[in-house]
Design a protein around this ligand. Sequence first.
Ligand code: FES
Ligand code: FES
Length: 168
Amino acid sequence: MTQITLTINGATQTLSVPPMKRLLDVLREDLALTGTKEGCGEGECGACAVLLDNGNGVELVNSCLIPALQANNTTITTIEGLAPALSSIPSPLSPIQQCFLEKGGAQCGICTPGMILATHHLLSKHPNPTLDEIKEGLAGNLCRCTGYMRIFESVQQAAQLTQHTTNP
Ligand code: FES
Ligand code: FES
């Protein structure tokens, strides 16, 4: 076991975990943050995506590929942290979540937390993305339900909405 310190969704926590335990499992099992999903378990689908800052800027990463030790002293945002931390409208959902709900961008929901975090990351870099930029921004996130068009429309609506707010 090794001690790691993580700042997750604004709270700093120290945990004792096996050093090679997947960050995905640390989130789900040790921290009960089950919004982060497991799809493929091998870095191909993006269902487990979270935002991680190791001091060099925020990246969208697949938590199934990151050993706990590698996440030590990083700052992480999971889907649970998005709405209360970043929403600037009076809703339990973040603007992006609201748009996915309204546009039918979520069906079974397995891909949705990763899609929404990928969208947040995309809009932080490209507040008014083209369709090609949306496709590129979500290229690491697979969906077997929606056929993607409703997801792209959700992102476009979120981009319009968040141009009127300070954060997506
Ligand atoms: S579960 Fe991590 S990329 Fe698929
Ligand atoms: S909504 Fe089911 S995998 Fe995307």
